[in-house]
Design a protein around this ligand. Structure first.
Ligand code: TYD
Ligand code: MG
Length: 457
């Protein structure tokens, strides 16, 4: 039965019986979203029961027995790593990413391997897709040479019907691909709208938590547009992973941005081959483009996203601007950070780039979120501006403060060792990151002020 619905303004919270383009209360445009009305059938249904499904009691924290969550391998070592050491039984994982990045491939591979028990004794898997036909999924499974015989498949987009089927099939692990194709009978808005995505996901999560089913939800990340991004779901699930990379490139990075059962910012690296996704267990130097000749504007940094150091190349192009507002464009790094760094460079280094466009790119579609990229960004921009290549055996990392000071980053020594392992012999690092004991074959220049950096570059 369809629940009574209403429209709630996401800006001021006012409730209206009908949809309109503008909220009559606060005047904001396009903020009315369909929601299930209080006192509708939804409240009578068990939707307000606790997620865990059991009645809760008040307890002393000291009496709570702590057990390590049971986990299983997903069959893909890098996925296990990002999840914090395997899939926690009964957990709900959201995997977001651009269309075509490989989300369906990743989950089909993993589910097939996880459920390939010796004839029925293994965990049961259910792959629900609203995006592809059974033929397409089957073809892919065959082409990837997966053990797909025991895998159950459902092509369905109605959340209530998916849950009804799942109640019968009783899977241990379920994949729903993708949340944007689902709709719930309770709401009238189109599939993909924020309200539909949120309500369908809430129903699936409730089902998963009540039955102890492990659930993977796929969500497409979209630029501001019609489809609701998976952002609205992040608080409902245990773990949020983002699958990133340059779709034309070979490598994909899986990143944990939220994890109730493990560390965040852990990275998993995969290669997309014609035989599917293959975990790359030693990825530290794959994101380098390895120029034959030194080129201006290129710098190698050691980033440490998650628990592994990773060598990545940061490229800059600084070119005279003909726009009224010079452009500051970054791919794989934060744009605000670049603007800030250029201001520091001007104020504390006396180098003004206000008549120059500055473009920064991290090679290989990697995204670097840590501040250790500050110094590499500046070094790359300077190198391009002066058209002076940096030595090819040089690595750089460090945070730059607003006062022009160079601040240390975590695990400096480990980063330097990784660089040395790959044949780098020179490094410019924050003074506080200089190793106490010299690293063999690595000449370290320690800097504490921007002025010093400008001197050595
Ligand atoms: P897909 O998993 O369908 O992406 P998503 O579900 O995130 O939209 O993967 C899409 C791309 O992956 C597709 O463009 C082709 C490529 N691909 C390979 O290169 N090798 C393969 O073995 C497979 C299955 C896909
Ligand atoms: Mg897909």
């Amino acid at each position: 039965m369809r629940a009574r619905t209403q429209f709630t303004c996401s800006a001021c919270g006012a409730v209206h019986p009908k949809w309109s383009g503008q909220c009559a209360d606060c005047g904001a445009w396009n903020t009315l979203e369909e929601t299930v009305a209080q006192g509708g059938t939804a409240e009578a249904s068990p939707r307000f029961a606790g997620y865990s499904g059991e009645a809760a009691t008040v307890r002393r924290l000291g009496d709570v027995v702590v057990q390590a969550e049971p986990r299983s391998s997903t069959g893909l070592s890098e996925l296990d790593r990002v999840l914090g050491g395997g899939l926690v039984h009964g957990s709900v994982v959201l995997i977001g990413g651009d269309p075509g990045i490989g989300k369906s491939t990743l989950l089909l591979q993993s589910l097939a391997v996880m459920t390939a028990g010796d004839s029925g004794s293994g965990p049961r898997g259910l792959y629900v897709t609203g995006e592809e036909s059974p033929q397409q999924v089957s073809l892919r499974a065959r082409r990837l040479d997966l053990p797909y015989e025991d895998l159950s498949l459902l092509t369905e987009t109605c959340a209530e019907r998916i849950i009804r089927h799942a109640q019968q099939a009783e899977p241990d692990i379920m994949v729903v691909d993708s949340i944007q194709t689902l709709y719930t009978e309770q709401l009238q808005s189109a599939p993909g709208s924020v309200a539909q995505v949120r309500e369908s996901a809430a129903q699936l999560v409730r089902f998963a938590k009540q039955t102890g089913t492990a659930l993977f939800i796929v969500g497409h990340v979209t630029k501001e547009g019609q489809l609701a991004g998976p952002r609205v779901l992040e608080h409902m699930v245990d773990t949020v992973l983002y699958f990133e990379g340059d779709p034309g490139g070979r490598y994909r990075v899986l990143r944990a941005v939220k994890n109730r059962f493990g560390a965040v910012n852990e990275l998993g690296v995969f290669a997309m081959l014609d035989t599917g996704l293959r975990p790359v267990s030693n990825p530290s130097a794959i994101f380098l483009s390895r120029h034959e000749e030194p080129v201006a504007g290129s710098v190698v940094m050691v980033t440490r996203e998650g628990t592994r150091p990773l060598l990545v190349e940061v490229q800059a192009l600084v070119a005279e601007s003909h726009a009224a507002q010079p452009r500051r464009i970054t791919v794989g790094l934060e744009q605000n950070r670049l603007t800030m760094l250029l201001a520091v460079l001007h104020r504390h280094g006396g180098i003004a780039l206000f008549d120059q466009d500055v473009f920064i790119n991290v090679v290989g579609g990697v995204r670097v979120t840590e501040t250790a990229a500050d110094l590499p960004m500046l070094a790359a921009a300077l190198s391009s501006f002066r058209d002076r290549p940096l030595p090819q055996d040089l690595v750089v990392f460090g945070e730059v403060g607003l006062a022009g000071e160079i601040r240390p980053v975590p695990n400096g020594e480990e980063r330097l060792r990784e660089a040395a392992k790959h044949g780098y012999t020179r490094a410019i690092v924050p003074a506080a990151n200089a190793p106490r004991k010299a690293i063999k074959g690595m000449e370290v220049t320690a800097v504490s002020r921007l002025a010093q950096v400008l001197d050595v570059l």
